[in-house]
Design a protein around this ligand. Structure first.
Ligand code: SF4
Ligand SMILES: [Zn+2]
Ligand SMILES: [Zn+2]
Length: 194
């Protein structure tokens, strides 16, 4: 938001006096803060500043290391100067380095991760399902298909066997062997008959 008392008339060239960052009551440290929230506030104020374009050009031309210039912080200038556009992994890494959130980059990243997971899942299904692909189903927020679940159970049983643990009981699913802990159907029937 520009300083209302200093807003230039239509044909006046803007000068430093018109800068939104010099508006009384506005903390000038916002433009040089390490905190992303402060920088976002500074950028919003820049958006209404009559000096936006020349200030942005100055920040880019002189490759300013610090501060928000014309609505761009250091990370924004880096991206522009390197020709990095939002939506790429490189742009996302730069955002993360500077503690920024970017919906465009994060959405694009999530889509790429999902595509990779679906490709891995399709390859695992072509092999009849695997324990790892059961996890992929869960990461994708969907139920585990029967072949993947079977592969997962088989892998779990193989691990139990390797450690000398008795096989999981197919009915109780808790690792108890038949006849252990609870009376068998036969013993129960016999006791009732006695
Ligand atoms: S555009 Fe430049 S002069 Fe205007 S508020 Fe932002 S930093 Fe200040
Ligand atoms: Zn981005
Ligand atoms: Zn599956």
């Amino acid at each position: 938001m520009p300083n209302p008392s200093n807003t230039p008339r239509p044909n006046d060239p803007p000068t430093a006096n018109h800068a939104a960052c010099t508006t009384p009551g506005v903390d000038p440290d916002l433009w040089f803060s390490d905190h992303p929230t402060d920088r976002t506030r500074a950028k919003r104020l820049c958006a209404g500043c009559p000096l936006l374009d020349p200030c942005r050009a100055y920040g880019l031309d002189t490759d300013q290391l610090w501060g928000v210039w014309g609505g761009l912080d250091r990370a924004d200038r880096r991206r522009i100067l390197r020709g990095v556009v939002c939506g790429t992994e490189t742009a996302l890494k730069i955002h993360r380095r500077y503690g920024e959130r970017c919906t465009v980059c994060e959405t694009a990243h999530d889509r790429r991760v999902e595509t990779r997971r679906r490709q891995s899942l399709a390859a695992a299904h072509a092999r009849g399902g695997t324990a790892a692909s059961a996890q992929l189903h869960r990461k994708l927020g969907e139920p585990v298909c029967a072949p993947c679940r079977r592969a997962e159970l088989a892998a779990e049983e193989a691990r139990r066997r390797a450690r000398g643990i008795p096989p999981r009981d197919a009915r109780t699913g808790d690792g108890r062997t038949r006849g252990s802990g609870t009376p068998s159907v036969g013993a129960h029937t016999t006791a009732q008959a006695a």
